[in-house]
Design a protein around this ligand. Structure first.
Ligand code: TGC
Ligand code: FAD
Length: 388
């Protein structure tokens, strides 16, 4: 059953056999290979180095891209993979999102043939790891203000500046970096690790996404060859188009985290006895919380499915993706908080997973466009007035 027991409206009946099979495959992978180790990685703040190759072998990296060693799946199948991965941990889904939607997608959509052949097959297999550098210390919600520059010279470009909060930065063999050129337009560059002037520094002390690497990228007069430019796009439209792909995956992924919290809370409430020998699941206020969770998860599942079908038909709009990311992440965070509450004191330990999801989802609420930014994107769409 693709929705892992949480499928109150038989949404699985609307999936193709292939989509059900893909979802079941990733459910097994998460149950067998992520769940036994994720608590330890979260506690230790470590990313499991075996995951990239495993995810590559299973076809999770760039799953919806066509050619160059990519599986070429439909949008819904891709979304279901993200959903299952985030049922395990947002950090695992983040790794796959960044690799597929933020590194492989721009190379696939805007790269030269040489760049596609050089990077995509190895990124798809997990042999190479990539990261995406858009955010800077002083420019998060407003990436258009970025200070990183790429000055053109006779041999290539000189890249100078700093990117911060970059998922997989410290692990990456290559970074897709967005910088302003001499004409003030933002352009994308593929920057390989090892180039003089390019270094990374990991960010520690995180409450959230502890099983994911988050880093700074530092460029000190880093000389890039001309061939590192992504030739197919100019302007902020380049990085923002990548965000549409990643936000789509997050909308599905957040549902997975919410389903994990609901599952955990429901079984706990059926077992845990307080007052008059009754399980807490038999108390009205507890049922209210469980029903609220189920109701919101069900709506989010249907929203995702329709968004996916629109995307497959080439009809989805970035503003619809924003609405889905906004709704589903807020919903998942609320579910995680409710589940944590229903687990009582046990909910604050890492013996249970709801507290981990709750902490992770705080990052998911902020990255890929904060809740406010998605509100304003949809607000502008319906009113015609930009309120950023
Ligand atoms: P604005 O003037 O509206 O647009 C500039 C140009 O971009 C085009 N555009 C888009 N194109 C494709 N997709 C979209 N969603 C687009 N939105 C806008 C627009 O048409 C225009 O094109 P052109 O050709 O006319 O120049 O830009 P703005 O500077 O006013 O900014 C708009 C705003 C605030 C919505 C945008 O900057 C934004 O989305 N800010 C949030 C930043 C963000 O989400 N950063 C995420 C960084 S990556 C990350 O967090 C990874 S987390 C790890 C993981 O995924 O797991
Ligand atoms: P700010 O933009 O400073 O926002 C702070 C607060 O102000 C928020 O509540 C925001 O909604 C509000 N705000 C800002 N402007 C407005 C406005 N106009 N109207 C109303 N409210 C507003 N970035 C990458 O490029 N690559 C990555 O791989 C990546 N991975 C990340 C991983 C993690 C774990 C995290 C936490 C972040 C990651 N990011 C990445 C960065 C992420 O995209 C930014 O954190 C996000 O865009 C918000 O930027 P900020 O943190 O600077 O917050």
């Amino acid at each position: 059953m693709p929705f892992h027991g949480v499928d109150y409206f038989q949404v699985a009946d609307l999936l193709t056999d292939e989509e059900k099979l893909i979802s079941a495959t990733f459910r097994r992978f998460v149950d067998d290979e992520i769940m036994p180790v994720i608590g330890r990685h979260f506690r230790d703040g470590t990313f499991d180095q075996t995951w990239p190759r495993r995810l590559g072998t299973l076809g999770a990296l760039g799953a919806n891209l066509v050619g160059y060693g990519c599986p070429g799946l439909g949008a819904v199948a891709y979304g279901l993979i993200m959903q299952e991965l985030e049922r395990g941990d947002s950090g695992v889904r983040s790794f796959a999102s960044v690799q597929g939607a933020l590194v492989m997608y721009p190379i696939h959509a805007f790269g030269s043939e040489e760049q596609k052949l050089r990077y995509l097959p190895k990124l798809a297999s997990g042999e190479l790891i990539g990261c995406f550098g858009l955010t800077e210390p002083d420019f998060g919600s407003n990436p258009g203000g970025m200070r990183t520059t790429a000055r053109e010279t006779s041999d290539g470009y000189v890249l100078s500046g700093e990117k911060r909060w970059i998922t997989s930065g410290g692990l990456a063999d290559l970074a897709v970096v967005w910088a302003k050129c001499d004409d003030g337009l933002v352009r994308g560059f593929v920057v390989e690790r090892g180039l003089p002037g390019f270094s990374t520094r990991d960010i520690h002390g995180k409450f959230s996404l502890r099983a994911s690497v988050t880093s700074e990228l530092i460029f000190e007069d880093c000389l890039l060859p001309k061939s590192s430019l992504l030739p197919g796009v100019k302007g902020l439209r380049g990085p923002l188009s990548c965000l549409n792909q990643a936000r789509f995956g997050i909308a599905f992924g957040a549902v997975g985290a919410a389903m994990a919290c609901y599952d955990e809370a429901l079984s706990y409430c059926k077992e845990r006895v307080q007052f008059a020998g009754k399980p807490i699941a038999a108390h009205q206020l507890v049922q209210l919380k469980l029903v609220d969770m189920l109701q919101e998860i069900t709506k989010a599942q249907l929203l995702c499915l329709q968004l996916g079908r629109l995307k497959e038909a080439g009809k989805s709009r970035p503003q619809q993706v924003s609405l889905a990311k906004r709704n589903n992440v807020k919903m998942a965070l609320e579910c995680a908080r409710n589940a944590r509450d229903l687990l009582g004191a046990n909910g604050i330990t890492d013996e249970y997973q709801s507290g981990r999801h709750m902490c992770n989802l705080e990052s998911v609420f902020t990255y890929e466009g904060t809740d406010h930014i998605h509100t304003l994107i949809v607000g502008e769409d319906i009113t015609g007035s930009a309120a950023f």
